[in-house]
Design a protein around this ligand. Structure first.
Ligand code: CMX
Length: 133
């Protein structure tokens, strides 16, 4: 259950192209892929920084989770994702410790990873994701 590393940090943006330009021109990172994840109602851009990725998220639907987040809070850090050996096992272990789950079992997310979320109300306000291959 113990995470091996921070797999990615999800950052909600209003405009993907403008945000990509900042990460490339100012931070000197390279956007290595852009992917639409229809189930999550987002378009995502990826940057690798050591073992961790920066995942920029632009909503494809104002009613999607990122659309609602940007509308309420504005752009900014949206979630933190931990790499674990088994997403389902990590979700179950968290639930057994009293954490409220958004996902009881994994879904397939960006880059075909098995993903599952813990509810931010149970995680000190930080939307938390587990990811495994
Ligand atoms: N971080 C912290 N708190 C958050 C949050 C976030 N990212 N998103 C919503 N919240 C809070 C809201 O501020 C709100 O708090 P208050 O009740 O104090 O106002 C509360 O959660 C409810 O927010 P809401 O706007 O009414 O939204 P919902 O309850 O409909 O949904 C959540 C909230 C977290 C359950 C939903 O966003 C979700 O299921 N998220 C997981 C999926 C996801 O975020 N996918 C996008 C990324 C996909 C990827 O990485 O591939």
């Amino acid at each position: 259950m113990k995470p091996t590393h921070v797999e990615h940090i999800g950052i909600a943006v209003a405009n993907l192209d403008e945000a990509i330009k900042y990460y490339e021109d100012v931070l000197g990172l390279e956007c290595y892929a852009i992917e639409e994840v229809a189930e999550q109602k987002v378009k995502v851009a990826f940057f690798q920084v050591g073992d961790t990725k920066i995942e920029l998220l632009e909503t494809t639907d104002p009613e999607g989770p990122v659309g609602k987040f940007v509308e309420k809070k504005g752009p900014g850090v949206h979630h933190i994702a931990f790499a674990v050996e088994c997403t389902d096992g990590a979700l179950k272990a968290a639930e057994e410790k009293g954490v409220s789950l958004i996902d009881k079992t994994h879904r397939i997310g960006a880059e075909s990873l098995k993903i599952g979320f813990l509810h931010p109300k149970s995680t000190f306000g930080v939307l938390t994701e587990f990811c495994s291959k």
